[in-house]
Design a protein around this ligand. Structure first.
Ligand code: PLP
Length: 287
């Protein structure tokens, strides 16, 4: 299991995670009025840092939360968190809330209220090759209409992930209006006739940094990818289904709602593309 490590970042400085104190009036606590990012780190180096910071800046902008740091400062915070927690394979969690006002009010607080910035680091869960692949269930997508914003308001995602766990599955794949949207905490890629297909970007799905990198890795080895709406029927008939997320990489779905995908084992396209994707990650001595 991924466990949080000792040193956190909180509003301008590093400190032990156990000493971070956040006001009960913080709007993240009261309303989920905050955005976040999860950046994978391999061998002590952040992977896909620019796309993650682009998305953080975009999420803040879309919610009119003031970005409290320049890009160079974000990079320093991330580097500091990695170094102070010993490097290696990690994930960095960053969260920015609209801050703590002196009262609870749905409308935004005055301009002088400072955003709350929190960062922590967790170990990256090791995935043993024998454990590769998971069972998934489908569920109705009950989330709001701006899933492109990486907001901490994740209740519908939590309910979906919990339903998956209760069903003995590793992920819930969400369907809206007869079409695939994404996983409860992952993007979904299907393979049809040797090519990758994913849902086009739009307000219904988070633009996945891992999916973009997987499409780039696939292109390098001659596997094409395209963005198209995917009907429920197409999903169920796909040759392969993968889920993609920063902390999980790309994982094949072996069974959907109790029915095998392909022969129920990781597929040939996954094997090729996963190897090409693996080669893109920073390597070296984990320090
Ligand atoms: C709802 C949702 N979609 C997609 C993703 C994949 O995004 P990324 O590959 O940038 O981690 C995540 C990641 O946590 C997610 O929570």
């Amino acid at each position: 299991m991924a466990a949080p490590l000792h040193t956190a970042w909180f509003n301008g400085g590093f400190m032990p995670l156990s000493e971070v104190r956040i006001s009960p009036l913080d709007r993240a606590f009261l309303f989920g009025d905050a955005v976040y990012e999860v950046i994978p780190v391999y061998a002590g180096q952040p992977f896909l840092l620019d796309p993650h910071l682009d998305r953080l800046e975009r999420s803040l902008h879309e919610l009119s939360i003031r970005n409290p740091h320049r890009r160079t400062e974000w990079i320093e915070i991330i580097s500091g968190l990695i170094e102070q927690n010993g490097g290696g394979n990690l994930s960095v969690y960053l969260q920015v809330s609209r801050g703590a006002d002196i009262k609870r009010d749905h409308a935004f607080p005055p301009e002088n209220v400072q955003p709350t910035v929190f960062g922590m680091v967790s170990t990256m869960a090791e995935i043993h090759p024998d454990q590769l692949g998971l069972r998934a269930i489908t569920l109705a997508d009950q989330r709001w209409a701006r899933c492109d914003i990486k907001s901490t308001a994740l209740l519908a995602n939590l309910l979906a992930r919990q339903a998956a766990r209760a069903a003995g599955a590793g992920e819930a794949i969400l369907l809206r209006d007869g079409h695939l949207s994404e996983g409860s905490a992952s993007s979904v890629i299907i393979v049809e006739g040797g090519a990758l297909v994913r849902r086009p970007a739009g307000p219904e799905v988070l633009p996945g940094t891992t999916t973009d990198a997987v499409f780039a890795a696939a292109a390098r080895i001659g596997v094409t990818g395209r963005d198209e709406m995917i009907s429920e029927q197409r999903l169920r008939q796909a040759d392969e289904i993968w889920i993609a997320a920063a902390t999980r990489g790309i994982t094949p779905v072996l069974e959907l709602d109790g029915r095998k995908i392909g022969d129920g084992r990781p597929g040939p396209v996954w094997r090729k593309v996963a190897a090409a994707f693996e080669a893109m990650k920073p390597h070296g001595t984990a320090h």
